[in-house]
Write a protein that binds this ligand. Structure first.
Ligand code: ADP
Ligand code: MG
Length: 506
């Protein structure tokens, strides 16, 4: 696990540039109640219906730490293979905003609950790279200001105020927009496996602040060797991006913007920016010069948080099988490639479905081809489910049906091509694969006599093509196609090929 990210060069007027990316992910802790109050956490309640006196910051109210949220943060830290700090502390981050009634946010500053860790990330092509984690800390979320309900007033909804967030800060270890999206995807997968965040990005329960800078080739390597940020360009932080696509678009736009400024002889102001998905551009929100002085100080209402090592150990023992371990196991147990295993583990339901199908095939046939099961699950089934807006856990086709379909291919009853047709009938609810093959007469023709007859007729009708194929052997494809057409796609393609080669003298 030492692979680092790989940069792509962007050609500018004055030479090549590279991107450097570090992410701060905000993940809402999956918990029934808030970080320091007993108010309910949930989506869909009416405005200000989930607000306790603590969340509304009424005078004299005191925060009481929610032990379950602490457990969730520790679990997450363990899942990120990170240092669990047995002593951490809560600080007040002071700023004024209408949706923050306390006038400060309770967060963790220099003593976070989780320290350094590392995450292995899958790229789309199946290769992996490591992203180092700097820290994870617990903090309160703010409420919501609503500006579009009234032309003259702003409304405030405090339902979200005080909800527990985990902020996961990465080192600047990503080099392309694809890598940044892949990193967020992997973090999401880990948190969902752990049950510490529901990962719902549409609702904003998982969102990222994306830090972008650009530099000349070689500078990043010097940063990694020395650890000195002075080798890197000035970064801009794009706040609250909540989809993989937006993350990529924001990075691409921002990198180009910075390169243009630098090539025109300007300098980058370190600032906070917003991504506008309609215009596909980033806009300045505030510069660091006018940035708030947060006047962090330890929250006097809360004691330092001390964890018992035995308690941490007990949590570690309850961890589920994590994505990387599952990936390893799918590879060794079923002989899958790293790529296939990587696609399956993105959601544990996917992996479970695959395993159920592969297991039932194992029992019957010794599971010669788990790769074929994996292909059917990740290609045909997943696209069908996606097209119909359904989750794999609620798949109308049970895993045993996919297993049976693969079994029919493996034992030569149907060809892969016919299997696709059978799959459509399965999806339409016509029954189990074997029944459909039977009822629709789709059994593969393995009978060489019948295939031979079709070939003879074809050659007799096309003598010119038959002699031309000797000079151009790849033209055999036309003959294969014709025989398949002749037999309604049911002839065994391997047999057709073999017989054709013989008869054409190839
Ligand atoms: P702040 O609260 O000021 O944003 P943090 O330490 O919480 O500071 O987060 C800084 C983030 O910016 C980290 O994810 C870090 O990896 C990233 N980062 C720091 N320097 C650079 C840089 N030059 N280019 C890209 N990302 C950077
Ligand atoms: Mg930040």
């Amino acid at each position: 696990m030492t692979e680092t990210a790989s940069a792509k060069q962007i050609q500018g007027r004055t030479g090549p540039w590279e991107i450097v990316l570090g992410l701060e992910i905000h993940a809402q802790v999956a918990s029934k109640s808030k970080l320091f109050s007993g108010a309910a956490v949930g989506f869909g309640a009416g405005p200000n219906q989930q607000v306790s006196l603590v969340d509304a910051a009424m005078p004299g109210m005191l925060p009481v730490l929610n032990g379950f949220c602490v457990e969730q943060a520790v679990k997450t830290g363990l899942g990120l293979k990170a240092q669990i700090n047995l002593k951490s502390r809560f600080d007040r981050k002071n700023y004024f905003y209408p949706d923050l009634p306390q006038g400060y946010q309770i967060s963790q500053f220099d003593q976070p609950i989780v320290g350094e860790g590392v995450v292995s990330v899958e790229r789309d092509d199946g290769t992996t790279f490591d992203v180092r984690i700097e820290r994870l800390h617990l903090e309160q979320d703010a409420g919501k200001s609503i500006h579009d309900l009234d032309p003259n007033a702003t409304y405030v909804d405090l339902n979200r105020a005080g909800t527990a967030l985990m902020e996961i800060v990465s080192k600047p270890d990503m080099r392309t927009s694809e890598e940044a999206a892949a990193y967020v995807k992997k973090i999401r997968t880990i948190l969902v496996y752990l049950g510490t965040c529901d990962g719902d990005m549409e609702k904003g329960n998982l969102r990222a602040d994306v830090n972008v800078s650009v530099c000349r080739p070689g500078a990043y390597e010097r940063f990694r060797e020395t650890g000195s940020f002075s080798h890197l360009g000035t970064r801009c932080e794009i706040k609250n991006v909540n989809s993989y696509r937006y993350i990529q678009q924001a990075i691409e736009y921002e990198a180009r913007r910075q390169i243009e400024i630098l090539e025109d002889g300007g300098k980058i102001d370190q600032e906070t920016r917003l991504f506008d998905p309609t215009k596909v551009e980033t806009r300045s929100m505030r510069s660091k010069e006018e940035a708030h002085d947060y006047r962090y100080f330890p929250d006097p209402d809360l004691l330092p948080l001390i964890l018992d090592p035995a308690w941490v150990k007990a949590i570690e023992e309850t961890l589920p099988e994590l994505p990387d371990a599952k990936k390893q196991r799918l590879q060794s147990q079923y002989g899958l490639s790293a790529y296939d295993a990587g696609v399956l583990i993105i959601e544990s339901d996917r992996a479970d479905y695959f395993e159920a199908a592969a297991q039932s095939l194992f029992e019957k046939t010794g599971g010669r081809d788990a790769k074929l099961v994996s292909n059917w699950v990740t290609n045909e089934l997943l696209s069908k489910l996606a097209a119909n807006g359904r989750e794999i856990a609620a798949s109308p086709l049970p895993a045993s049906d996919i297993a049976q379909l693969v079994e029919l291919i493996e034992n030569g009853t149907i060809s892969s091509k016919i299997a696709k047709e059978v799959f459509e009938h399965m999806w339409a609810g016509e029954g189990r694969p074997a029944q459909i093959v039977e009822a629709r007469g789709l059994v593969q023709i393995n009978d060489t006599g019948a295939i031979e007859a079709a070939i003879d007729a074809l050659i007799a009708a096309n003598p010119d093509k038959a002699s031309a194929v000797k000079e151009k052997p790849q033209a055999i494809g036309w003959f294969v196609g014709q025989v398949m057409k002749e037999t309604g796609g049911k002839a065994n393609p391997a047999t057709v090929n073999e017989l054709l080669r013989g008869k054409l003298g190839l």
